[in-house]
Design a protein around this ligand. Structure first.
Ligand SMILES: *[C@@H]1O[C@H](CO)[C@@H](O)[C@H](O)[C@H]1NC(C)=O
Ligand SMILES: *[C@@H]1O[C@H](CO)[C@@H](O)[C@H](O)[C@H]1NC(C)=O
Ligand SMILES: *[C@@H]1O[C@H](CO)[C@@H](O)[C@H](O)[C@H]1NC(C)=O
Ligand SMILES: *[C@@H]1O[C@H](CO)[C@@H](O)[C@H](O)[C@H]1NC(C)=O
Ligand SMILES: *[C@@H]1O[C@H](CO)[C@@H](O)[C@H](O)[C@H]1NC(C)=O
Ligand SMILES: *[C@@H]1O[C@H](CO)[C@@H](O)[C@H](O)[C@H]1NC(C)=O
Length: 480
């Protein structure tokens, strides 16, 4: 089990702290999503979020505080028969302690809660007040289902209170036993009415929070990603597994994969044992992310040379040494520009411990006579294989690329006569690689948000590259 080390994490209001604004946002998002869904139907890039039982140990630790607060219900006056009439007596729950809180998964149902609580009750009796401890066991079943807008929805399907005999705190003033029985009956009846309602309210707050799963998260300046559940969760005694679609949007339009995506399933034994959460991302998620980058045009770049610079090979006099026609056409040296355009979609291949990206850019080589006058010299088709390293930072999946092997190039067109490919190869290689990698790594460094809800962080995440998919094992930490 992972332990959350940050101090802030240890005293969060895991259930109670969701504001009205978030609720309104979730409602708006839901409406938006409902409008978008029909358009999205065609592509189903799959992800799986598996919450393992370790997450329940964490929730039972951080959930104790909010549960104790929720159990502190108000008790109406107790009517005591005294003399001729009924005498109202104030009764207050001074404190609720929940020393034991256990949560566990129930196959096919959801989560069972078992809590042992001590209610400290004060009866403001005259002349002497009475204080007693009422031990209570709370049992509740929380059914986990898929909401209509693709959010997880938790609801209390059963709730039961079991009472033990009250312990009278300071009994030197000997309370009449009959009165003790009546007071207990009064408090028990109130708790029976109110505690399960309180627990339901906690769960409602939790649902608002879980609803933020479907919020649009930025990927780049004009692109976003949204996750939503696509079917009922699969609940076993060890985990709860959510099938999730990851849909990327560019300028508000969903990115559709050209081929019908295959449904994604996550094998049982993957990732780190004992991690709170295991997230599986299918090949399709990566394909859509690259398709988005390509459609957005962000993969394109211009590599510009400058004259009178020692280490810049991009000028016509250097090119003229390998292509005589360039030297003939441009006796005066001019800067050279490489316009790199990604027409074809980059291909990602995910093998065990080895993710690679293949790019096939089209490069137009131009001489820049001035800021606006360009002479096209020639164009080339390039293929380059890049090794993709993945990491997670702040609930975002980031990538770093490095070149695998060399680049392959073929001349596509020429305005400078015939070109001997091997002669321009070294030159292009030298001027192209570094700017390309800098550009791509800046893009992939922005990262793609992983499935998440507001204020929840991934802690000590680990990334595993498997055959055809990627797994992230992580601890979770709620930060208010
Ligand atoms: C409740 O309080 C009593 C008296 O202080 C104590 O003996 C008992 O262990 C407590 N129960 C729980 C569940 O903590
Ligand atoms: C739930 O997962 C188990 C184990 O992977 C699988 O055998 C079962 O078919 C799944 N059930 C559903 C309803 O998806
Ligand atoms: C052209 O580039 C070479 C290599 O960087 C450099 O030595 C030369 O000075 C450049 N020529 C001009 C005119 O800038
Ligand atoms: C990864 O795969 C690429 C081709 O897909 C291959 O060239 C490379 O050698 C592989 N690397 C490792 C470490 O297996
Ligand atoms: C890139 O990798 C593919 C698949 O492993 C291989 O067929 C191709 O020759 C490689 N291209 C380059 C330029 O290394
Ligand atoms: C260069 O690539 C384009 C599209 O990617 C293709 O249509 C063209 O045939 C290629 N040319 C050569 C010479 O490989």
């Amino acid at each position: 089990m992972r332990v959350c080390l940050s101090r802030d994490c240890l005293s969060p209001q895991i259930w109670g702290a969701v504001t009205r604004t978030t609720m309104a946002q979730v409602c708006r998002l839901g409406l938006l999503l409902a409008l978008l869904l029909p358009a999205v139907g065609a592509s189903k890039p799959g992800a799986v979020v598996r919450l393992n039982k370790e997450v329940l140990s964490y929730v039972s630790k951080v959930g104790k505080g909010p549960l104790q607060q929720a159990l502190q219900v108000t008790v109406p006056y107790f009517l005591e028969q005294r003399g001729e009439g009924l005498q109202p007596t104030r009764v207050q729950i001074l404190d609720v302690q929940v020393p034991r809180l256990h949560l566990y998964f129930v196959d096919g149902m959801g989560i069972r809660l078992l809590a042992a609580a001590n209610f400290t009750v004060k009866v403001f009796r005259v002349p002497e007040p009475l204080e007693l401890i009422l031990p209570v066991v709370l049992l509740a079943d929380a059914h986990v289902a898929q909401g209509s807008i693709g959010t997880p929805v938790v609801s209390i399907s059963a709730c039961l209170l079991l009472f033990d005999k009250a312990i009278v705190f300071d009994d030197t003033h000997s309370t009449p036993p009959a009165l003790l029985v009546l007071v207990q009956q009064h408090v028990r009846a109130v708790l029976r009415n109110k505690v399960c309602l309180s627990v339901s309210n906690l769960v409602q707050d939790l649902n608002v929070h879980l609803g933020t799963l479907i919020g649009l998260k930025p990927v780049g300046p004009e692109s976003q990603i949204r996750y939503f559940m696509i079917n009922a969760p699969n609940i076993t005694k060890n985990y709860i597994s959510l099938d999730i679609n990851a849909v990327l949007f560019l300028l508000g339009k969903p990115i559709l994969l050209p081929v019908n995506a295959t449904p994604f399933t996550l094998p049982e034994q993957v990732g780190t044992r004992g991690a709170m959460v295991t997230v599986g991302l299918s090949q399709d998620v990566f394909d859509s992310a690259l398709l988005l980058l390509q459609k957005a045009g962000t993969l394109n770049l211009d590599i510009t040379g400058q004259l009178k610079s020692k280490d810049n090979l991009l000028n016509t006099s250097v090119l003229g040494q390998v292509i005589p026609e360039v030297a003939r056409q441009f006796p005066e040296p001019m800067p050279v520009v490489l316009k790199v355009r990604l027409g074809g979609t980059p291909m990602v291949t995910i093998h065990t411990n080895n993710a690679t990206v293949q790019l096939s850019p089209f490069i137009e080589v131009l001489a820049a006579a001035s800021n606006s006058a360009f002479h096209s010299l020639f164009s080339i088709n390039v293929t380059v294989n890049l090794s993709l390293q993945l990491s997670v930072s702040k609930a975002k999946l980031q990538g770093t690329l490095s070149v695998l092997g060399g680049i392959q190039l073929t001349v596509a067109s020429s305005n400078v006569g015939s070109i001997e490919t091997y002669k321009v190869h070294a030159l292009i290689d030298a001027v192209f690689e570094k700017p390309l990698l800098d550009h791509l790594n800046a893009l992939l460094g922005i990262g793609v948000a992983l499935p998440n809800v507001v204020n929840l962080n991934y802690v000590t995440p680990e990334v595993f590259v498997q055959e055809g998919y990627v797994v992230i094992s992580s601890g979770l930490c709620y930060q208010h």
